[in-house]
Design a protein around this ligand. Structure first.
Ligand code: DOR
Length: 448
């Protein structure tokens, strides 16, 4: 039976060039087989012969499927929070067709064996799952994992996410080894020697609530150190290492990254949707009226920061200092989160709300064009991860597509979530842009 899809009469969006045009797409055997730009109908005859389904895209935008460089799918070992099947279903519902799985699983994904486990067909992933295995054995920050073997098995970079690589000599060795293979080291920038016992951002709100805070410098200090290492390696090793900084949350770290980029170093970074939409005041909630929220759905690492830091994250996405948006989708079970604020695990789910939050904040409030907003999830993400055939709509490329109504405003209802966990701060929050279809590898993996 034919597996062909005909997407008729949509607006095709090419994020890299910020161009939109009316058009039709014919998808056969997982690839974009034909693209017609202009008045609809030119592919009708060809489509009639083979299309198993015609998707009427009238009034809808057809964009490359979204790519998330940072998700926690919790397999192996933490399937009460999420599985690869449920996490990738949430990805599909959020318009994502490629996700990069983090290695802080149980056991840590630090070997070819566990990388293969994550990518095995038996995991029943709804979308493409790539992986960044651990940069060091057990993510203990001491001994490098086998980068060459892991790259051969499909690794797109290395990270000890959830933990930073703290030791200078280990981080240096990691950057050198990854540079030899042309892959990035993706760093969770937190000097954990300064953050022990902290559960939120350090500032007036943590002071008011009596919670120990993480300083801005705990983030920026590691970013500055890593940039110094990049520079030193470039000068001494004739290599061009690639540092990717995860979920940057502070103006100070962004300042260092902006400066490093201006000096030509290969630094890229991501910002997460919650850091452009919320501040640490959300944890206090109604504090001013006498009742404090201490809601653990607002607890993640790095934490929600001050309004100045939030604005710096937005400015960095607008001016290109931040390359991409990544969700840091971090599911936790309700019973794990329903404890005192200081004892609750860090993390929030984010795959199903990322586009809605980003469009509301960046396009709705700050006037960033639709194409440039989508580029943060598509062409830029493909460039950061070195995924040459993803991030654009192209004849012959994988048919990874999202079909959505960019003007649809609505409030998010976590009751619609297909993730195994519900730890979102965005229940009831306004969203912009409603997803109608997600097509991954030519298959409809989500339809509203
Ligand atoms: O909020 C977070 N959750 N930050 C991290 O660094 C790890 C993640 C998790 O795995 O839950």
């Amino acid at each position: 039976m034919s597996d062909a899809l005909y997407l008729r009469n949509g607006t095709l969006l090419q994020p890299a060039s910020d161009q939109q045009m009316p058009g039709d797409l014919l998808v056969v055997h997982g690839l974009v087989r034909a693209m017609h730009k202009g008045e609809s109908g030119a592919l009708d005859e060809e489509a009639r012969q083979c299309a198993a389904e015609i998707i009427d895209c009238t009034g809808l935008t057809v964009a490359p499927g979204l790519i998330d460089a940072h998700v926690h799918l919790r397999e192996p070992g933490q399937t009460h929070k999420e599985t690869i099947a449920t996490g990738t279903s949430a990805a599909a519902a959020g318009g994502f067709t490629t996700v990069v799985a983090m290695p802080n699983t149980t056991p840590v994904t630090d070997s070819v064996k566990w990388l293969r486990f994550v990518q095995a067909p038996e995991r029943c992933a709804a979308v493409r799952v790539l992986a960044m295995p651990a940069a060091t054995v057990g993510s203990m920050g001491q001994e490098l994992t086998d980068y060459e073997a892991l790259q051969k098995a499909g690794a797109v970079g290395f990270t000890d996410d959830g933990k930073p690589v703290l030791e200078d000599n280990v981080m240096r060795a990691a950057l050198v080894a990854a540079a030899r293979l042309g892959l990035p080291i993706s760093q969770h920038a937190e000097d954990t020697r300064l953050t022990a016992g902290a559960s939120m951002n350090a500032g007036p709100v943590s002071f008011r609530l009596g919670l120990r805070g993480m300083t801005v410098e705990a983030e920026s200090g590691i970013v500055e150190r890593d940039i110094r290492l990049l520079e030193e390696i470039e000068q001494t090793e004739r290599l061009r290492p690639h540092l990717h900084v995860q979920h940057v949350s502070t103006a100070k770290a962004l300042h260092a990254i902006r400066d490093a980029k201006a000096r030509g170093l290969h630094v890229t970074c991501e910002v997460s949707p919650h850091h452009i939409a919320l501040t640490d005041e959300a944890i206090a909630g109604e504090a001013m009226q006498g009742s404090v929220r201490y809601d653990t759905r607002f607890k993640m690492n790095p934490p929600l920061r001050s309004a100045e830091d939030r604005d710096a994250c937005i400015a960095a996405l607008l001016d290109g200092t931040a390359d991409i948006i990544a969700t840091d989708h971090a599911p936790h079970a309700a019973w794990e989160k329903n404890v005192e604020f200081e004892r609750a695990p860090n993390g929030i789910v984010g795959l199903e709300t990322a586009l809605g939050v980003a469009l509301r904040v960046l396009q709705g409030k700050h006037g960033l064009s639709l194409g440039r907003t989508l580029a943060l999830f598509t062409s830029n993400a493909a460039a950061v991860l070195g995924l040459r055939d993803l991030g654009a709509i192209a004849t012959g490329a994988p048919a990874d597509l999202v079909v959505f109504d960019p003007g649809a405003a609505y409030r998010y209802d976590v009751g619609t979530s297909v993730s195994r966990s519900r730890n979102t701060p965005f229940h009831g929050a306004p969203m912009l842009g409603r997803i109608d279809f997600t097509i991954a590898g030519g298959r409809v993996v989500f339809r509203r």
